[in-house]
Write a protein that binds this ligand. Structure first.
Ligand code: TYD
Length: 219
């Protein structure tokens, strides 16, 4: 296979601390001399960031789940072609904050779109690039949403602030992630994210360094 690098994704419900953990992980890998590309979805490219603004803006009116699924995948196609694919081909470790599993969890399990159709659209968008390792930062919906409310207001997205995405929706998303992890236990590692960032980071590092075969970190 042409993919020489390693593709690591972080997934989880809103407020699980993925962005913090992705940054800490990238920094730890760099300090081991690893060539790392840190990126995120939706976003990761100029086009992707524009699509992100459309997707997450609270003033954008009602989106149908199918429109959302296609927009997330449009941004993903650009991201794979422009950033992730080239980085993997040159042998880098790509750390991505959310990827195709988020579409399965949110638009599939959350909004009820058929998983097989989403899988087909996702395969088209990614060109078959799949994560080698996926870390699920799992925490209760209540704890996740409480963290978001306590955070910066500009960080609140349409998925957290709109009635259509109520607690039951977020419960389905969380259960969906856990189901995806159960289906592919070799790819996924589930980590309890209802703990201080340092404790979570230690578990993320143990999972990733073990997977990449890196020596234990000193100090
Ligand atoms: P973001 O600010 O990245 O949230 P978080 O910090 O929780 O990761 O916003 C991304 C939102 O978009 C989040 O609520 C999850 C949602 N999402 C989908 O519904 N489908 C997708 O395919 C992706 C990538 C994200």
């Amino acid at each position: 296979m042409e993919q020489a690098g390693r593709f690591i994704t972080l997934e989880g419900p809103d407020g699980s601390g993925k962005s913090t953990q992705a940054a800490l992980l990238a920094e730890a890998l760099r300090s081991c001399g690893v060539d790392v590309v840190l990126t995120r979805e939706p976003g990761g490219t100029p086009l992707g960031e524009r699509v992100r603004a459309v997707l997450l803006d609270r003033g954008g009116g009602v989106h149908t789940p199918r429109a959302d699924a296609l927009l997330f995948n449009a941004a993903r196609a650009q991201h794979v072609d422009e950033v992730i694919g080239p980085a993997l081909r040159r042998g880098a470790v790509v750390v991505c904050d959310r990827f195709a599993d988020s579409t399965m969890a949110y638009q599939g399990y959350g909004s009820g779109l058929p998983l097989d159709r989403l899988q087909a659209i996702g395969a088209f968008a990614t060109g078959g690039i799949r994560p080698d390792l996926t870390i699920l930062l799992d925490l209760s919906v209540r704890a996740g949403l409480a963290r978001r409310v306590a955070g910066a207001p500009e960080g609140i997205t349409r998925f957290e602030a709109t009635e259509a995405f109520d607690t039951a929706y977020h419960e389905r998303v969380r259960a969906g992630f856990l189901e995806l992890a159960r289906r592919e236990p070799l790819r996924w590692r589930v980590i309890d994210a209802d703990r201080p960032p340092g404790a979570i980071a230690a578990d993320v590092w143990a999972a990733v360094s073990g997977f990449l075969g890196l020596a234990p970190r000193r100090g």
